[in-house]
Structure formats: C-alpha cells, structure tokens
Design a binder for this molecule. Structure first.
Ligand code: ADP
Length: 530
C-alpha cells in the first residue's frame, strides 16, 4: 500500500518536473503505453463515449499526435492514477498550428459579426449542455470538488456567451475633422493570430476568457493549456468543432512548454500573446515578445490582502474571507493571501474564522460533501509546507491545521496561522494553498500600507460597514480588483486584471475586447469636390 502510494507520488513529482520545463525523458512514453487506470476507467469510458475524452492535439481541425510519437501522462491529483496520455508536442507542431491559424484568419475575420456570434453562441450551448461531463473532467485532472468544477463550467461558458454578444458591438468612431475637406474615421480590426498560454487552476475558464473575445473580434488562436490539465481544453475544442467553428480557427498544442512558447514568440504571424500563470514565466514571455514586437496581455500572480476592520459585520467578514481564501483549495491568483485584521476584532475574528475553516470537508472531489480537494501536485504541497515552517520558525502560531492531511497524497489540512509578520514568506509570496495567515493592524493607514507593500496588485478585499472608509481604502489600494464586503467577485461582465507585477491588460467585460483589436485611423481627403 505504502509502496504504491510512494510510486504515485513519484509519478506526480515527475509530471511537475516536465511542466516546469525540465523535459524528463523518463516521463515520456510512446502511444503504445497509453493506459487508463482501473479506478477512473468507468468515468473515462463514459466521457469517451460522449466524444469528450480527446487525447490528441488539434491542428487545422485534425486531431494530431506528437510528430515523434512521444506522450506525457495526465494524472488525477487525488489518487495519483494515470487518467490519459497526451502528445508531448514542441516547436514543429506549434509552427503548423500557427500556419493553420494564419490560413483560417482571413475567412474567419471576414465573416459578419452575426455569423461569428452564432458560432460562439452554439459553442456556449454545447458547453452548457455538457457541463456535467466537463465538470467531471475538471475534477479528474485538476482535483477541485465536482460542484465547484461544474461552477467553473458555468463561469467558463459565460465568457463565450458574453463575447458572442459583444461580437456585434465592435464599434468604430467618426472624429470631427479639423480641416473642412476631410473626414476622419477609426476602424477596429482583429489583431491576427493569438497565442494563448493557460494554467491548470481553471482548466476551462482561463481558456474561454481569452478565446471568447479573440474569436468574437475575428482573431484565430493557438492554445497551449497546462500539461497538468489538457483534457478539459481538448474537450472544449471538440465542442467548438461540433459548434461549426471552422478548422484552424482554434488549435490546441501541448507538451514541451518552453519549446511551444518559443515557437509562438518567434513567429511573426503570431501578433499577440495572452498568458495566465506565474509572474516568472510572464516576464519571460514579455521579454520574448519584444523580438517581434507582439502585443501581450498578462494575468500573473497576486498577493491579495483581505482587510477586516473593527467595524465590519463579523459574519459577513468570516463568510467572505473564507470564500476568498479557500476557493479551489487556495489555488487561485485572487485568493486572499493575507488576512489583515484590526486589533479590536482580531480575537473574535480568529476564533469564528477558525471554527468555519474547521468545518471544511477535505477529500476526493468526487465524494459527496467535499469542499476542499487535493493540491495539484507534490511540489505545491512542499511549497506550502516550507512557507508554514518559515512562519512558525519566526514566531507565528498555528491556530488550526498546519500539516498534510491524514488522507495523504497531496491533501493538506485547511490551516489558519496567527500573528503573521511582514518578514515571513507567507505574507510576501503567494502560498497557493489552503493556508490563511492572519496579521494584526491598528490604524487604517497601517492597513493600507501593509496591503500595498508588495509588487503584486491583482485582487484585494475589505470588510467594513463604514461607507466613507470603504471608498477611501478602495481608492488607496494599488490593485486591479477590489471586493467590498464580498469575497467572490469574478464575473464575465466586469474587467479582470492586475496592476504592478500582477500583469497587463484586462479580461472579461467590454474592455476585454480591446485586447484583441487594433485601431486603424482613416483620413478621407478631398471631400469638398462635387
Ligand atoms: P504554474 O506554476 O502555476 O504552473 P506557470 O507559469 O509555470 O504557472 O504555468 C502557466 C502556463 O505557462 C502553463 O501552461 C505552462 O506550461 C506554461 N509555461 C511554463 N513555462 C513556459 C515557457 N517557458 N514558455 C511558455 N509557456 C510556459
């Protein structure tokens, strides 16, 4: 039993190795070794019969293996079992995907807005009608509880629905001319082929938030999903084909991330890179994009403060900060990373919050009642452990949890750590796990200063019943998103994105369209001639 568990852990560690760009040859197998583990066999068989278990890349509308036949394993993080093998692609496949997207661009961008809108709407309908299966796929490869996974499908699909509508609203401008014989116009046109690189924490929504507006504007796309969670991306691509989105408009490659990234960066046909992931990789992509002066949109790491003032409603603050911290087991870039609590409410809050955290049921995302799944892999758990150890060694107090869960694998106990100080790593870097660090403050100015003392600037939360304070603090926070008395704020209709080193650009909402449009100024001269 123990040996089997160790073997699964080793497999998971290998998977992370590959995806952090050290291509581990031991992890690459040939298609003949494709296997579906016994435990997940029933589920994968059902997904397969629905046509949603795709295990090849998609290039120019054709399901494709890696040209050298190599594959990588996709694992279930709750059990370590192999779910499927997918192609380990690289530069050659990526270049072909770029050519396909380039070939498809002319006809796709020349469809009327109504035609593109209809395709997107059909895709949305298919995503929603398959939400159970897509949710199962997300739980299988990513680990989040099934209910939360189906929630992600609804959220992810909402971007396709929203941008199906926005496709019809790409309005240009007419500018009053400064010379009488001229007419000045602004046209909005699609930027061209887009390279979209996405992470594992939202296997569907991070793709649709990019692809929805790109396709609505008339762009074509090469998607590179995370190698840890490619199956959801492939199922979504299958549904896009079923929706009648033409071959080449949407391509999916996966495998050797740096090789694929470099091919996207080097190509002058790719006019835009849109990326969600770590700040380190985002910086590399931004640097690489300079070679061909591509546009970039980056959604990078956060270090979200959640400020709880003495005048907050305790129940609202506990409920909101719990949701902001423990969604997806703490594995989102908008998860509260520091709970900054005013001294008058600190003890009461710490007690009520810890009690609420204690009730969070941990387990396999397919089990009834579970609200906290596993972390994505072994190195994620090791990171959490090292942050917690660092805090304890510097005087922080474990109020709840603080260690791996008795379930083993990559399960970690929902944890609350009190008396966290600014010199501890927990307060400086994103823990990306189910650990809530509590920090104390005395004055509003001190809270703002602690909150802004970071290079990140994605999401922030404040809990207060004082309306003037809520405005004052919101305006002072150097963040792209602020939740006031609310911990779950993402929606397709509002702009999502960060300031400082959390990124560039906005996704979702009407502003999300601008990322995929170029402005063309047109000057009509000699307009007085009869
Ligand atoms: P995380 O640590 O959360 O997995 P990453 O930034 O490593 O975040 O990964 C986000 C996405 O970026 C994944 O699809 C990953 O494969 C991809 N990626 C990682 N390194 C590179 C790279 N050098 N070039 C292009 N994509 C990369």
């Amino acid at each position: 039993m123990k040996v089997a568990r160790l073997a699964r852990m080793a497999a998971m560690a290998r998977n992370k190795l590959l995806c952090s760009s050290h291509l581990a040859s031991m992890h690459i197998s040939t298609p003949t070794s494709r296997q579906i583990s016994m435990k997940t066999e029933g589920l994968t068989a059902r997904l397969n019969s629905a046509g949603l278990l795709r295990t090849q890349g998609l290039i120019g509308g054709k399901w494709t293996d890696a040209y050298d036949g190599k594959t990588i394993q996709v694992l279930n993080p709750a059990t370590g079992e192999v779910v499927a093998d997918v192609p380990c692609m690289g530069g050659k496949e990526t270049n072909d995907a770029i050519s396909s997207a380039h070939d498809a661009f002319y006809s796709w961008s020349n469809l009327t807005c109504t035609e593109r809108s209809k395709h997107l709407r059909t895709w949305y309908n298919l995503l929603i009608s398959h939400k159970e299966e897509l949710g199962q796929l997300i739980t299988l490869e990513q680990g989040k509880p099934l209910k939360e996974a189906i929630g992600e499908v609804n959220y992810g699909a909402s971007f396709i629905e929203f941008f199906a509508e926005e496709a019809k609203r790409v309005y240009g401008d007419i500018i009053p001319a400064t010379l009488g014989d001229r007419r000045l116009l602004v046209l909005k046109q699609p930027v061209g082929v887009v390279g979209a690189i996405t992470p594992w924490n939202f296997p569907l929504a991070m793709i649709t938030r990019k692809v929805g507006p790109a396709l609505a504007c008339g762009c074509t796309v090469v998607i590179k999903p995370s190698e840890l969670t490619p199956l959801t991306a492939l199922a979504a691509a299958e549904l896009a084909l079923q929706a009648g989105i033409p071959p080449g408009v949407l391509n999916v490659v996966m495998g050797n991330a740096p090789d694929i990234g470099n091919a996207l960066l080097a190509s002058s046909q790719v006019r835009k890179i849109t990326f969600t992931g770590s700040t380190a990789v985002g910086k590399k992509l931004m640097e690489g994009a300079a070679g061909t002066v591509k546009r970039v949109s980056l959604e990078l790491g956060g270090n979200a403060p959640c400020i709880i003032f003495d005048d907050a409603d305790l129940d609202v603050a506990v409920k909101g900060s719990l949701a902001a911290k423990f969604r997806n087991s703490g594995q989102t870039c908008v998860c509260a990373n520091r709970l900054i609590v005013q001294e008058g409410i600190y003890d009461k809050f710490a007690e009520a919050f810890s009690k609420a955290v204690q009730n969070l049921q941990v387990g396999d995302g397919f089990s009834e009642g579970v609200v906290q799944g596993p972390l994505i892999n072994e190195s994620a758990v090791q990171k959490v452990e090292s942050f917690v150890q660092d805090a304890i060694s510097k005087g922080a107090k474990v109020l709840l949890g603080g260690k791996r869960h008795s379930l083993g694998m990559t399960f970690y106990e929902p944890t609350v750590i009190g008396d966290v100080k600014s010199e501890m790593i927990l307060s400086r870097e994103e823990v990306f796990g189910p650990v809530a660090p509590l920090m104390r403050f005395k004055t509003e100015e001190e809270a703002i200063s602690i909150a802004n003392n970071t290079n990140a600037g994605l999401a922030a939360y404040i809990f207060t019943n004082n309306i003037q304070r809520s405005w004052r603090v919101t305006e002072a926070l150097e963040y792209g998103l602020v939740g006031v008395n609310e911990g779950l704020i993402s929606t397709e209709v509002a702009p999502f994105g960060g300031v400082k080193q959390s990124g560039i650009g906005r996704e979702g909402s009407k502003y999300g369209m601008d990322e995929y449009l170029e402005l063309k100024y047109v000057c009509l001269g000699d307009m007085n001639r009869k």
